[in-house]
Design a protein around this ligand. Structure first.
Ligand code: 3EB
Length: 352
């Protein structure tokens, strides 16, 4: 299986990137409130496939601002041939062994029902495309902590998602994707995802109760995600996708109102996922594990004023420097101020 690359580049380096990587095709380009990207499909509706080396066949904006104004774009690339398409609400790029898709739509009607119908559409679509295994999903929508019919919108989102998985897939809780769910100040439900045609490992966190086992106090239907997913592409490469990780131990939020302590708890939670023993237990070779390195992390902050503190803690207590994007977004539990997700890469290719 061909490997998948994730690259974080400045907007104005886009042309250079494309020129310098003649063997890489771009599956997906994600902007964060970038004015270089519009959300219109570049492929006319109804026009099924177009094969192309062109770079921006599938691009969209997440409705979150970058706090450091670095104008970073997220590019997903692979050396294989890519077909681009649109089906219903889903825009996608397809290769032999994997698919990336994106939905960016206005929320219509009750959020619970709406999320449910979009998730069912995604699951059916992936089945039809023979790419039924979800590896990683990102979910963004407005007013995540607001209430609708006296129930928090995040909890309604969780119900819609849960019931879609429950209706469409067997034993769904044992094969959930890694995920992120963050509140925006935008208008859209934006979901993007990576899916494959064969297996993926899911990883839970020893320090945390699995989200799909959260007690009912957090909502009628538990959040449907794994703490991380691990995709081994071939003998020489693998990626570890860490879900949005918050200051939660067991199932309880820790260090209310203290961003510094929350971030330190998050760093411990992430350390428990990128642990060598955890990866060995999933059958990853020692050689591959030894090559583990951070690709990039995204830090979601509830308030802009937390940026300086978050940056300082990261500089002093992690080796993430230079590989971080700071975004302003709401965490799905109101009391939490910060959440971190990331991608760690393993590669023992012959051309280091
Ligand atoms: C948590 O651990 C924090 O609902 O998809 C993190 C990542 C969180 C993903 C989701 C929620 C989700 O419960 C919140």
């Amino acid at each position: 299986m061909l490997s998948l690359g994730t690259h974080y580049i400045a907007e104005n380096e886009y042309d250079d990137f494309v020129n310098c990587h003649p063997d890489e095709n771009i599956l997906l380009c994600v902007g964060f409130n970038s004015n270089k990207i519009d959300n219109q499909p570049l492929i006319p509706q109804g026009h099924k496939f177009r094969s192309s080396r062109q770079a921006t066949q599938l691009s969209f904006n997440v409705e979150l601002s970058q706090l450091k104004k670095q104008n970073t774009l997220e590019l997903w690339t692979s050396p294989g041939n890519i077909k681009y398409g649109v089906e219903g609400n889903i825009r996608f790029s397809l290769m032999d062994d994997l698919l990336m898709g994106a939905v960016a739509v206005e929320i219509n009607g009750e959020i619970n029902q709406f999320v449910n119908s979009i998730y069912k559409e995604i699951i059916d679509f992936l089945g039809n495309q023979k790419m039924p295994v979800l590896v990683r999903m990102w979910n963004y929508f407005p007013d995540i902590n607001g209430a609708e019919n006296n129930v928090e919108r995040y909890q309604q989102f969780c119900s819609g998602r849960y019931q879609a998985f429950e209706q469409k897939t067997q034993n769904f809780q044992s094969e959930l994707p890694a995920a992120t769910a963050i509140g925006t100040k935008g208008d859209l439900l934006t979901i993007y995802f990576l899916a494959v045609n064969d297996s993926v490992h899911t990883i839970e966190n020893q320090r945390q109760l699995s989200a799909f086992k959260y007690p009912k106090q957090y909502g009628n239907h538990s959040p449907s995600f794994a703490r991380a997913s691990l995709k081994q592409w071939n003998e020489n490469s693998a990626d570890l996708y860490i879900s949005g990780t918050a200051s939660i131990v067991g199932h309880e939020s820790q260090h209310l109102a203290d961003c510094h302590l929350q971030l330190q708890e998050i760093i411990r939670n992430i350390a428990a996922l990128i642990d060598q023993e955890v990866l060995l237990a999933k059958g990853i070779s020692k050689a591959l594990i030894n090559s583990l390195q951070l690709n990039f992390v995204k830090v979601y902050l509830k308030e802009e004023k937390l940026l300086a503190l978050a940056e300082q803690v990261i500089n002093e207590e992690t080796d993430w420097q230079g590989k971080v994007m700071f975004l302003k977004g709401s965490i799905c539990r109101q009391e939490l101020l910060i959440e971190v997700e990331g991608i760690w890469h393993m590669d023992i290719g012959l051309n280091p």
